[in-house]
Design a protein around this ligand. Structure first.
Ligand code: FAD
Ligand code: DLZ
Ligand code: SF4
Length: 508
C-alpha cells in the first residue's frame, strides 16, 4: 500500500529525510498551497510568492525525478485550506495507509500533524548539523547556554576552519575585527536577483489577487525560486560580497540596503540550499586566499553557530517560548512598524526597506526596530508576530529565538546575557541615518532629543530591579547614577512625555 510523503513549503530539499525514507515506486508526495499556512500571520507578499513559486518548481523537479506528486494550488476548487485537511483528502483519494513527514519547524504544525486523523509518522529533520538530542546533551547541566561554546562544538563536528583540533589561525572568533563603521565606497550592489519567468509571474498574479492587503511590496520580485538559481546567488555572494562581509557586518547605510550581507537565509530556510554546503563554499574561498579569515569565520559562525543554536533553543524551551514576556512589556506595536510616518530616520528606513524587500540585515533587525521595541516597552508577542510576518526568511524556529530571546529579552536571558539596548550613539556610529533625521542624536533631553537617548535611560530605570546586579550592565547604571538628580528627572519626564505622544498616535 502506498504512503503519503508530505513536503512543506520550507522543506524543498531533495535530500529531505521524508523523501529518503519513502519509496519512489509506491509512495506519493503531497504538496499544498493552503490558506491556513499563508494566513497564520499576514506574511509579506514576497515571502508567499517565494514559497509558492519554489514549491511549484520543486514539485516539478520531483516529478521529473520519477516521483508521483499530488500538488494542490491555492486556487484549486477542492483545496481543503489546511495541511491536515489536504492530507485527509489525499489519503481518501489514494487510499494511502498513512503519512511520512519531516518534522516541521513550528510547534503549531507539529501538534496538528501529531493529532491528525490520518496516521502520521514524523521523522527527524537531518538538514541541520546538530540533532535535538545533541543540543540537549550540550545544554544538560550548563548554567548558561552561550552560543560561543556551542559554536566551537559545531566547528569540531564539521571540521570547518579547523587545523587538527585547533581553530584555523589560532582563534575561534574574529568578531573583534568585524565592527567597522560603514565604508565610503561600497563595491557591490546587493545580491544576485532573477527575472521572474512565466511560472513565477503566474504566482505573482495569484499573490497580488489574494494577498494584496498584506504589508509589503510584491514587485519587483527577484528571489531565486530553484536550487540552481540559489546556487548562483551563493556563488555571486562568495565572489563579490564575502571578502568584505566581516569588516562591515554591523554597518548600515541609507543607500545600500544589503551592504556585504548574503541574503541567502530565504534559500537556506526553505531548503533550496544546505547550511553545510554554504559554509563549505565560504571555507573554500578562504583556502584559496580569496577571502580573509575574519570574513570566512564570521560568516560560518552565523550559520553553524547562531542558526543551529537558535534552533536548539526553540526546541529545547518548548511551545510556550514565543509567548514569554518576563519584562511584562505591554505597549501596542506602533503603526509606523506597518509603514505609518515616523520622524525617526533609522526606523523609517529599516521599515521602508522591509516593506520593499522582505529583508533587513541583522543589525537593522536587532539594533533599530528591535532595540526601539525593547526600549519603548512594546509587547514582545506583537513584536514576534511582526518579525514572523515581514521577513522572507521568517519561520518560527529561527525567528522567535532571535526576536523573543535575543532582541526582546522576553525569555529572561536564556539567549542573551544582557538586553541588546543602546542609545542613539550606537546607531550614529554604525550608520549614516542620523544625518538625515529630524531628531538630533547629540541631544539628550527636550523636543529635539533622539528618542533612543531618552528611552535608553527610561528602560534602565524601569527595569532596575532586574538588571542593576547584572555584571555586564554595572557601567550603565553607574553612569546613570552619577548624573545629577535634576537631569535624571528631566530625562525620565521627557521620555514619559514622548511615550505619551506615541500612545496618542502623534507622528513621533
Ligand atoms: P548574513 O548576515 O549574510 O548571514 C549569513 C547567514 O547566517 C544567514 O543567511 C543566516 O542563515 C545565518 N544567520 C545569521 N545570523 C543568524 C541568526 N541570528 N540566527 C539564525 N541564522 C542566522 N534569521 C532568519 O533566518 N529568520 C528569521 O526569521 C530571523 N529573524 C530575526 C529577528 C530578529 C529580531 C533578529 C535580530 C534577527 C533575526 N534573524 C533571522 C537573524 C538574521 O538577522 C538573519 O539571519 C539575517 O539577517 C539574514 O540575512 P543574510 O542572509 O543577508 O545574513
Ligand atoms: C510559510 C508558508 C506559507 C506562506 N505557505 C505554505 C503553504 O501554503 N504550504 C506549505 O506547505 N507551507 C507553507 N509555508 C511554510 C509553513 O508555514 C512551514 O512549513 C511551517 O511554518 C513550519 O516551519
Ligand atoms: Fe535614529 Fe536617533 Fe539617529 Fe534619528 S537621531 S536616526 S532616531 S538614532
Amino acid at each position: 500500500m502506498s504512503r503519503l510523503v508530505l513536503v512543506l513549503g520550507d522543506q524543498l530539499s531533495h535530500d529531505l529525510s521524508a523523501l529518503k525514507k519513502a519509496d519512489k515506486g509506491s509512495d506519493i508526495v503531497v504538496m499544498a498551497e493552503v490558506s491556513e499556512e499563508a494566513g497564520y500571520v499576514k506574511h509579506h507578499p514576497k515571502k508567499i510568492a517565494l514559497i509558492f513559486a519554489a514549491m511549484r518548481k520543486f514539485a516539478k523537479a520531483l516529478q521529473d525525478d520519477g516521483w508521483e506528486v499530488r500538488y494542490t494550488r491555492l486556487d484549486d476548487a477542492d483545496n481543503a485550506g489546511s495541511i491536515v485537511g489536504e492530507l485527509l483528502r489525499r489519503a481518501e483519494e489514494t487510499e494511502a495507509s498513512g503519512v511520512i513527514c519531516t518534522e516541521p519547524g513550528e510547534w503549531r504544525l507539529i501538534d496538528k500533524l501529531k493529532y491528525a486523523p490520518v496516521k502520521t509518522h514524523i521523522i527527524r529533520d537531518d538538514r541541520f548539523i546538530a540533532s535535538h538530542a545533541e543540543f540537549e546533551a550540550w545544554a544538560e547541566g550548563r548554567k548558561a547556554l552561550r552560543m560561543e561554546y556551542f559554536y566551537r562544538e559545531m566547528r569540531r563536528k564539521t571540521g570547518l576552519l579547523m587545523e587538527g583540533d585547533e581553530p584555523a589561525g589560532d582563534k575561534w572568533n574574529y568578531d573583534h575585527d568585524n565592527r567597522k563603521a560603514a565604508p565610503d565606497d561600497v563595491s557591490v550592489e546587493g545580491p544576485l536577483w532573477f527575472e521572474p519567468d512565466a511560472e513565477v509571474e503566474e504566482v505573482l498574479e495569484l499573490v497580488e489577487d489574494r494577498f494584496g492587503d498584506h504589508f509589503g511590496d510584491l514587485r519587483p520580485f527577484g528571489f531565486a525560486t530553484t536550487r540552481a538559481q540559489a546556487l548562483e546567488a551563493l556563488a555571486y555572494f562568495i565572489e563579490h560580497a564575502l571578502p568584505r562581509f566581516g569588516d562591515y557586518q554591523d554597518a548600515m547605510l541609507e543607500g545600500h540596503q544589503f551592504l556585504y550581507h548574503a541574503v541567502l537565509s530565504p534559500y537556506i530556510n526553505t531548503g533550496l540550499l544546505g547550511p553545510l554546503e554554504v559554509c563549505q563554499a565560504a571555507e573554500e574561498a578562504w583556502k584559496k586566499g580569496d577571502v580573509p579569515i575574519n570574513a570566512a569565520e564570521g560568516f560560518i559562525r552565523q550559520i553553524i553557530g547562531w542558526r543551529e543554536y537558535v534552533r536548539g533553543i526553540y526546541f529545547l524551551e518548548g511551545p510556550d517560548y514565543p509567548t514569554r514576556n518576563v519584562l511584562k512589556q505591554d505597549r501596542d506595536l506602533p503603526a509606523f512598524y506597518w509603514g505609518a510616518e515616523t520622524k525617526m530616520n533609522c526606523v523609517s528606513h529599516a521599515v521602508a526597506q522591509t516593506k520593499e524587500q522582505a529583508y533587513a540585515h541583522h543589525i537593522q533587525r536587532l539594533m533599530v526596530t528591535g532595540n526601539f521595541a525593547l526600549l519603548a516597552g512594546i509587547d514582545p508577542g506583537q513584536v514576534h508576530e511582526w518579525y514572523l510576518a515581514v521577513y522572507a526568511d521568517a519561520f518560527e524556529w529561527v525567528e522567535s529565538p532571535n526576536t523573543v530571546g535575543m532582541s526582546q529579552f522576553a525569555d529572561g536571558g536564556v539567549i542573551a546575557s544582557k538586553p541588546y539596548v543602546s542609545s542613539g550613539a550606537y546607531i550614529n556610529r554604525m550608520s549614516d541615518y542620523c544625518k538625515g533625521c529630524a531628531y538630533k542624536v547629540s541631544i539628550k533631553t527636550g523636543e529635539d532629543a533622539c528618542p533612543f537617548n531618552l528611552l535608553y535611560w527610561h528602560f534602565l530605570d524601569r527595569h532596575r530591579d532586574r538588571f542593576s546586579n547584572n555584571a555586564r550592565m554595572g557601567n550603565m547604571y553607574r553612569t546613570w547614577d552619577r548624573m545629577d538628580e535634576d537631569r535624571r528627572e528631566t530625562v525620565l519626564k521627557d521620555a514619559a512625555h514622548w511615550l505619551a505622544r506615541l500612545d496618542k498616535g502623534d507622528t513621533v
